[in-house]
Write a protein that binds this ligand. Sequence first.
Ligand code: LLP
Length: 397
Amino acid sequence: MAAIAAAAGTPCYIYDAGAIRAAYMTLDRAFDAYPHAIHYALKANSSLAVVRLLQSLGSHADANSLGEVDVAMRCGFRPDQIVFTGVGKSAAEIDRAVSLGLLAINVESPGELDRIDQRAVAQNVKTRVALRVNPDIDAKSHPHISTGLKSNKFGVPIGEAPALFREMSSRRGLLPVGAHVHIGSQITTLDPLQKAAQAVVALAQALRGEGIALQHLDMGGGLGISYDGAPVVDPAEYVRALVAATKGSHLKVAIEPGRVLVGPAGVLLTKVVDVKQFPGAKRFVVVDAGMTELMRPALYNAYHRIEPLVRREAPESIVDIVGPICESTDAYARDRAFPHVEVDDLLVVYDVGAYGAAMGHTYLRRPLPPEVMIDGDQWKVIRRRQTLDELLALETE
Ligand code: LLP
């Protein structure tokens, strides 16, 4: 890593292709022979090389914007391998999604059902749709990333689903092929995921009784990873629970994992730029990465393990590890016992492969950092550092 830091500079994201492959294979194998598709949620990390790697493993794709649909196709996914979700799809997004013939557009509301139908009729096609249901299940995750309660903006109440499926079946432009549920992210217990799966299976069975035969059940993403060593759901156990819930229906299971595939495969390398001690108060380790590179601590108070790349022989102290941004929320860790570090030491921030680079931004005119992919004993830069000129290229004086 020191060689990468020297070549690519800091801050810098580093991903391990082997870890992504292993995480994908764990999920895929756990399905055994049950019909399934793993739709990688591009939102977790849509860097081209990461998406391409997952495509090469046989993954399908979950896109949340037209940009992600286009990235997926650029990386080799066929339109019929892509599901398109999004709580506020624009007219342009609907129009293009319909014209591409995606595996399913996940419908979020009665109004959207209508708009998709209109665009499909105008294009003289029948568009495959799935209905995103909101089962009112508490994912017991961080409130900012819970999506399955009726107080959340996502999907339609599950009680209204049968009537909306009937409505979709009656529309000239729509072909209802699936039911979709996604109750949140960083879910660390099996129970809510299992309950959500059982709810959509029950819905599909009821629909079948009415003569509406679905093709797939999309159970969403959401499986959590252990950022701090606390126990989480074993991914294979999660898959087996989904299959157990679904197999009576004989329907194909789709899942949309993001974090569990790429989260643990990424680290952020950052350099100490200052260490300062307020007398009788805090000790701050200031690093060259901040909320611009990694938003999660500032946004969700998220915990990430951090370690010096090379440990010095000196006692630990309690420190805040903070970034260089002019906001007090710009801290990666507060009051954490940490080994002694000095200016220019390299630190490794763990488990940032998901929602790290993907949520990066350029506040303070900070160019986006590079990303590196390690594969075995080889590594390559998969995104070079943005230059200030590139950052300003859209502007006129
Ligand atoms: N499918 C849908 C419809 C989603 O909204 C999401 C995530 C996923 C799949 C993938 O979920 P995963 O398997 O990665 O949990 N920025 C937050 C996470 C936001 C997740 C949004 N939706 C974070 O850094 O924790």
